[in-house]
Ligand binder design. Structure first.
Ligand code: DAH
Length: 381
């Protein structure tokens, strides 16, 4: 049985049950790898096409994820190994992995001597029609540089992950919204300044670019009724001039939990857990009274600065605290507007700015950087 037959069986099937047996199997494999590599290097090749093809074949034979020698060893020897043998097999496997790193394609190609004069007259491969085509189809393709996740998206996903773990689900709603959902249903009266042209982009008298994600609270209540626990990430729009802390388009995540017997303690507990998951176990939360038309009572949440632990630093502007979001107990009228009986159900809600969270967490001092598409900035994430 060759060593390549042996890798398709388990150690038990091979009757190998001690460290010595394992080590000699792996030694055999290393020898085989070295042999194949040396043979290829010694053979060399005058033709670029062949050279690349041969290197790739050898690399794949050993390192391909599917069916490569190493992955077979992993599947058949390492994974099924018993408790006593596993550490030895793991150890040897790592050693083999390091050893076979020199079979990586680039390293192989480098190691292969190429006879210079032959390269320009390389044999032309045949195209589909059987005619020679003037390019080398076996060359590796150009690698497209991979992008990275935008910092605001990354922040949003981190927030979503925490709430998904708590059993919330993700809801979304339209960015072009009726004034009813954006304002009236949320108890924001006709006279409220946020409804002014100066604050809100109107499409027509009854249609706006939503100024917050809160209207989806009502839509979700209508759609699902109670109980309900959702978060609502999304884009919002306000008539703000762009500066280092404002943008006419920005991102929020809204949270909403409705059930029987939901109290302010649930709100505090959940948000405290949330910020600890996001900023670290050490941060403390501070709830201050505030006002929003759609919650009663309403609060403003701050966390102790996760950089200086409340001592005062640049990130918290020397205050020791970072103001993070608005929250409160859902106003009974808002529940009613969503078709939910406030005598039976209660709920809490919060709303936070994702861009602001990302600025705080990643220490970014200018919100505009998020939206300018400057690669020097984006590549850092
Ligand atoms: N919608 C508010 C805003 O955009 C944020 C907010 C505050 C949402 C308190 C809430 C809340 O759900 O309970 O400023």
């Amino acid at each position: 049985m060759t060593i390549f037959d042996k890798i398709s069986r388990t150690l038990q099937e091979l009757g190998v049950s001690d460290a010595q047996g394992v080590e000699s199997l792996f030694a055999e494999l290393r020898k085989a790898a070295e042999h194949e590599r040396a043979e290829l290097v010694a053979r060399g090749t005058p033709q670029q096409a062949q050279r690349v093809g041969l290197c790739k074949a050898l690399r794949d034979r050993w390192l391909a994820r599917k069916g490569g020698v190493l992955s077979q060893v992993d599947e058949n020897w390492l994974k099924p190994a018993g408790k006593e043998l596993k550490p030895v097999v793991g150890n040897q496997f790592n050693k083999l992995r390091r050893f076979t790193a020199n079979l990586e394609f680039e390293k192989l190609v480098e190691a292969l001597p190429l006879q210079q004069e032959a390269a320009p007259q390389m044999e032309l491969p045949l195209g589909a029609a059987g005619r020679a085509v003037p390019w080398d189809l076996t060359l590796p393709g150009l690698r497209r540089p991979l992008g990275s996740i935008h910092p605001v998206t990354r922040m949003q996903r981190e927030i979503e992950d925490i709430f998904l773990r708590l059993g919330f689900w993700i809801e979304s709603g339209p960015e072009i919204e009726s004034t009813y959902y954006n304002f009236d249903a949320l108890n924001i009266p006709e006279s409220h300044p946020s409804r002014d042209d100066w604050d809100t982009f109107y499409i027509d008298a009854k249609t706006v670019l939503r100024t917050h994600t809160s209207p989806v609270q009502i839509r979700a209540m209508e759609k699902y009724g109670a109980p309900l626990s959702i978060i609502i990430p999304g884009k919002c729009y306000r008539h703000d001039n762009p500066d280092s802390t404002h943008s006419p388009m920005f991102h929020q995540v809204e949270g909403l939990a409705i059930d029987e017997d939901i109290t302010f303690a649930d709100l505090k507990g959940t948000l405290d857990f949330f910020v600890k998951m996001l900023f670290g176990e050490k941060v403390r939360t501070r709830f201050q009274p505030s006002f929003f038309p759609f919650t009663e009572p309403s609060g403003e949440v701050a966390v102790s600065c996760f950089v200086c632990d409340g001592q005062g630093c640049r990130v918290c502007k020397e205050s020791g605290w970072i103001e993070l979001m608005g929250c409160g107990m859902v106003h009974p009228q808002v529940l009613r507007n969503g078709g939910i009986d406030p005598e039976k159900y209660s709920g809490w809600a919060f709303g936070l700015g994702v861009d602001r969270f990302a600025m705080v967490k990643y220490d970014i001092n200018d919100m505009q950087l998020f939206f300018q598409g400057d690669l020097r900035f984006l590549e850092q994430f």
